[in-house]
Design a protein around this ligand. Structure first.
Ligand SMILES: [Zn+2]
Length: 110
């Protein structure tokens, strides 16, 4: 079961497999939490995220690696961290606007 998940992770991320040493180091450096959403991560569930994607000239140096849960890693895709948070802000603003719209248009306040 674990093996299948690993294969899937690799397919999704299309990056080379990290050694145990690299994974453990990244995990320890991130204090066992996803660097994007901050949730505690099980070591087995961790994916390694590149702060600057390889496709944008990022490296496999530890300074460019951070632990991330699979959901965040997929969501982030090829965006850089700052862009990702910008995107989140956009999503947040959009949903707030939708709610505001509902309040104005709807006949009830809530
Ligand atoms: Zn996460």
């Amino acid at each position: 079961m674990l093996r299948r998940k690993e294969r899937w992770t690799r397919q999704v991320s299309e990056r080379r497999k990290f050694t145990d040493y690299e994974k453990k180091t990244v995990y320890a450096r991130g204090n066992g939490r996803c660097a994007i959403c901050g949730k505690p991560l099980k070591f087995d569930d961790m994916t390694i995220d590149h702060k600057i994607p390889l496709s944008r000239g990022g490296t496999n140096e530890f300074s460019n690696l951070q632990p991330a849960c699979l959901t965040c890693n997929i969501m982030k895709g090829n965006l850089e961290v700052s862009e990702f948070f910008g995107k989140l802000k956009e999503i947040y603003k959009f949903s707030k606007r939708q709610r505001f719209h509902k309040i104005i248009v709807g006949d009830k306040i809530w």
